[in-house]
Ligand binder design. Structure first.
Ligand code: FPP
Length: 234
């Protein structure tokens, strides 16, 4: 599959908890299985010809989950970043974390810095992991920086246009998503990439994230290819 493959796919990885519950297992088991899916889907996406993959791992709202679940997720991210680093070195993957990193532990920030720095020049799949990410928070952080620069006199209203905003969001330099996939039945955007998804095609599936695989990704891509895209990219 090559022609008509979306350049940038964003995914809301939903349903780990329900997947685990159906098996009589704790939610954290679902997250661990979900992490394995992340690893596989990066490889699949790359092989299919997708250039950019942006995965919603932890939202700014997710802090309100039970403390035990949040700390299990943070531990899982730390472990995954290590795996991701090794894979990125082998597979030439370029990795970036989007979201408010100041809300993450120093240990996580250390792993993120290493991963981002050492993979910055890689030419393979561009993976963006959204951790402590919320689109409203992303836009709020941007507006604050703009207000500070305006107050200092280093920015004037004439400097601000759509390209300026796109170029100052966490996703600066990355094309907008062509396709947004949400797993496990819900059909909401949940504060994900609100600015960037202005012209994005949406695809929903009932499959829970731990069961999502290459075949499901290909189905989503095939559905995308049948869409008549009027705006955004051709
Ligand atoms: C949604 O499932 C998933 C999350 C809140 C987190 C996504 C995390 C992963 C896929 C695991 C690890 C990721 C990485 C990058 C290592 P849910 O808990 O909302 O499930 P539910 O809707 O069935 O309760």
């Amino acid at each position: 599959m090559e022609a008509g493959v979306p350049e940038h796919v964003a995914i809301i990885m939903d349903g780990n908890g329900r997947w685990a519950k159906r098996r009589g297992m704790p939610r954290t088991f679902g997250h661990k299985e979900g992490a394995k899916t992340v690893e596989k889907i990066c490889r699949d996406a790359d092989e299919i010809g997708i250039r950019y993959l942006t995965l919603y791992a932890f939202s700014t709202e997710n802090w309100s989950r039970p403390e035990k679940e949040v700390s299990a997720l943070m531990k899982l991210f730390l472990k995954y970043l290590d795996i991701c680093y090794k894979n990125a070195m082998k597979e030439d993957m370029c990795c970036r974390i989007i979201g408010d990193k100041t809300g993450l532990s120093e240990e996580l920030n250390e792993s993120i810095r290493k991963l981002e720095t050492d993979t910055a020049d890689h030419k393979g799949l561009h993976l963006q992991l959204a951790i402590n990410y919320g689109a409203r928070d992303e836009i709020t952080r941007l507006v604050k920086r703009v207000a500070e620069d305006a107050a200092k006199g280093t920015l004037s209203p004439d400097d601000i246009d759509e390209a300026f905003i796109s170029g100052h969001l966490d996703t600066a330099g990355i094309p907008d998503p062509d396709l947004l996939i949400r797993t496990c039945g819900e059909q909401r955007i949940s504060n994900y990439l609100l600015w960037q998804c202005a012209y994005t095609e949406f695809y929903y599936t009932d499959v829970a994230w731990p069961d999502f695989n290459r075949e499901e990704l290909v189905k989503a891509v095939e559905a995308y290819r049948t869409r008549d895209r009027r705006y955004g990219k051709v």
